[in-house]
Design a protein around this ligand. Structure first.
Ligand SMILES: Nc1ncnc2c1ncn2[C@@H]1O[C@H](COP(=O)(O)OP(=O)(O)OP(=O)(O)O)[C@@H](O)[C@H]1O
Length: 583
């Protein structure tokens, strides 16, 4: 998906990024003009000094002014560069902030379709490249242009003929170099894409470290990483090759123009058309013209690199955030369950994942408030998908999902999710400490409450295992905990928030008897005065349920209690005997 948007971004795309820095940039502009003025005055003063020396005149005052100009020019340059760096850092910070904020608000389907590593490299590596756009790119181009214009004007005034000769030589060289430099943007973008792939490969290898180690696949995975790295290297080399042509062409141009001016200028001095002072001033201006030109060329390649990176950033920023295309929410959530209205209701719901075929067909059932409903069915029947639709991670393609009588599409997502607890089947623990994991849903809970819910799910020992207490690390994805502990920690999190409705995807893993009993108790603790919709993988869960919904191939095939369904539904009987874990 990273290459799906070929729309190139132009310089204009940079403007919104620079807007908030326009005050500083204006100061930088004024400083640049002042600096350019100080520099451009130097050859004229030098000429006056030389002409006066030839005429045996007094030069001390002129020399003093010249010294002041040199020092002033340098000081202005220093201040300008600092402000420019500050703006560049500010631009990187602003972009990272926007990008990070947006990344966390993308529709869930975007995460399904994109590689995590690639997204990471956009926040880390691509934003860094934007820095050079401001420092060496944009401003060297603009200040260079000011110098070139000033020097050019002075040269025309000094000797139009000599200027014509210079222009011809410099123009030829530059035109040639610029055509090369244009290729840098596509090359730089390609290099950044390879870096995205490399980060993805690293992320994949590290997140599946145990499986990869157990499969003895380290070398192959490492090859995949270095493969992308090698491609990034090759793309970088192609950029270097372009720069290797652009640089020398620039130097040859400058040296050629210098020799030409010396030759023709010498002849014109000999012929008495200009003075020695004129020629020296002209040569000095030639350097003021040539150095910025070489700088502009380099800056141009930097700018192209930055625009390549900007395109990758814009690709993400232009994906509408979750909810951006919603119809306006009609109502806000009501606090108390309404009598007689089911808490959750699926009404002829149809759904297919983006780009895939239909996963659910005409699903209808209701979960009365304060009751437990278990979803059972063969693997892939669509059970977890139903939970995702209540959370509105995806939108139904047909029918309606209602929470407490209101279409979930009419509830603001925040209000909807504040009423739901959601415990995923896999990896529901975040890297960090026990405390951080609990505080995700309720940032202001007291330690006493935290210890209380941990006890309720039989995890009290975790907070007492080490002197760090609640600040004990749980590891990336909770690897320092057992599978059963991970699930119970997620339930504790839901308990802490105390939502009226809990959506729970039961772990499929076989737990030992103690863990199994602890999980049971945790679910019972969380079920008190709550509505539960559980994807059930355990016999004990279905036996305890007020109602069981049997799903097959995305359709509801039976609804009833364990006793009823054992009597009437052959698929249920088969599931209960062969698929549900006996706990
Ligand atoms: N994010 C996704 N993108 C595309 N297809 C998906 C996605 N998640 C699930 N599916 C597909 O949708 C179908 C239903 O999946 P779902 O996870 O709801 O099944 P399930 O009944 O919960 O299965 P299990 O008991 O194995 O967890 C499956 O065919 C699955 O391959």
């Amino acid at each position: 998906m990273s290459t799906s948007d070929p729309r190139p971004v132009g310089l204009a795309a940079l403007l919104p990024y620079l807007r908030e820095h326009r005050g500083t940039l204006a100061v930088v502009g004024v400083l640049s003009l002042a600096g350019a003025g100080a520099s451009l005055a130097q050859p004229l003063l030098t000429r006056s000094v030389l002409d006066r020396v030839s005429a045996a005149g007094e030069v001390s005052a002129l020399v003093a002014v010249l010294v002041v100009l040199v020092v002033l020019g340098a000081a202005i340059g220093g201040l300008r560069d600092y402000l420019l760096q500050r703006t560049a850092e500010g631009l990187v910070l602003g972009t990272r902030r926007r990008l990070a904020g947006h990344l966390l608000r993308l529709p869930i389907a975007e995460y399904d379709a994109r590689r995590t590593g690639d997204l990471l490299s956009r926040v880390g590596s691509d934003t860094t490249l934007l820095r050079a756009v401001v420092t060496s790119g944009l401003f060297e181009t603009v200040t260079g242009a000011v110098m070139v214009l000033g020097a050019g004007t002075a040269m025309v005034l000094l000797d139009p003929l000599l200027f014509g000769v210079t222009l011809l030589g410099v123009g030829l060289g530059l035109g040639f170099a610029a055509t090369f430099a244009r290729r840098v943007r596509a090359l730089a973008r390609a290099a950044q894409e390879r870096i995205g792939e490399m980060t993805s490969a690293v992320e994949r290898a590290i997140s599946a470290a145990r499986t990869i180690r157990a499969s003895r696949a380290e070398t192959r995975e490492a090859d995949a990483v270095t493969g992308s790295a090698r491609e990034a290297y090759a793309a970088g080399l192609r950029v270097a090759r372009v720069q290797a042509v652009v640089g020398p062409v620039g130097s040859v141009t400058v040296q050629g123009a210098f020799l030409l001016v010396l030759g023709i200028g010498g002849a014109r001095v000999a012929a008495g058309a200009i003075t020695v002072g004129d020629l020296v001033a002209f040569v000095m201006y030639l350097f003021f013209l040539a150095l910025p030109l070489a700088q502009v060329l380099r800056a141009y390649t930097q700018l192209q690199t930055g625009l390549g990176a900007l395109q990758r950033i814009e690709e993400i920023l232009t994906v509408p955030a979750e909810g951006a295309t919603d119809r306006p929410a009609a109502t806000s959530a009501t606090a108390a369950p309404r009598r007689g209205v089911p808490m959750i209701e699926f009404d002829r719901v149809g759904f297919g994942y983006p780009g895939g075929s239909a996963v659910l067909h005409e699903v209808s059932f209701a979960v009365p408030a304060g009751t437990r409903t278990a979803l059972v069915g063969p693997s892939g029947a669509g059970k977890s998908t139903l939970l995702a639709l209540v959370e509105r991670f995806y939108e139904v393609t047909a029918g309606t999902v209602r929470l407490d009588g209101t279409d979930v599409r009419d509830l603001p997502r925040d209000a909807l999710r504040s009423r739901l607890g959601y415990v995923e089947q896999e990896a529901p623990v975040l890297a960090g400490t026990l405390r951080e994991n609990l505080l995700i849903t309720t940032p202001d809970a007291t330690d006493e409450r935290l210890h209380g819910v941990l006890d309720q799910v039989n995890l009290g020992h975790l907070a007492h295992r080490t002197p760090q207490g609640l600040d004990v690390q749980v590891g990336e994805g909770g690897v320092l905990l057992s599978g059963g502990e991970r699930q119970r920690l997620a339930i504790a999190r839901a308990l802490l928030a105390g939502p009226p409705v809990l959506l729970l995807d039961e772990p499929t893993s076989n737990l030992d008897a103690r863990n199994e009993a602890a999980l049971r108790r945790a679910i019972d603790a969380v079920a008190v005065r709550r509505t539960l919709l559980i994807v059930a993988h355990r016999l004990a869960t279905v036996v305890d349920a007020d109602q069981i919904v049997v799903l097959d191939g995305g359709r509801v095939v039976a609804v009833g209690t364990h006793a009823e369904l054992t009597e009437t539904d052959p698929l249920y009987r088969e599931l209960a005997t062969h698929q549900l874990l006996v706990g």
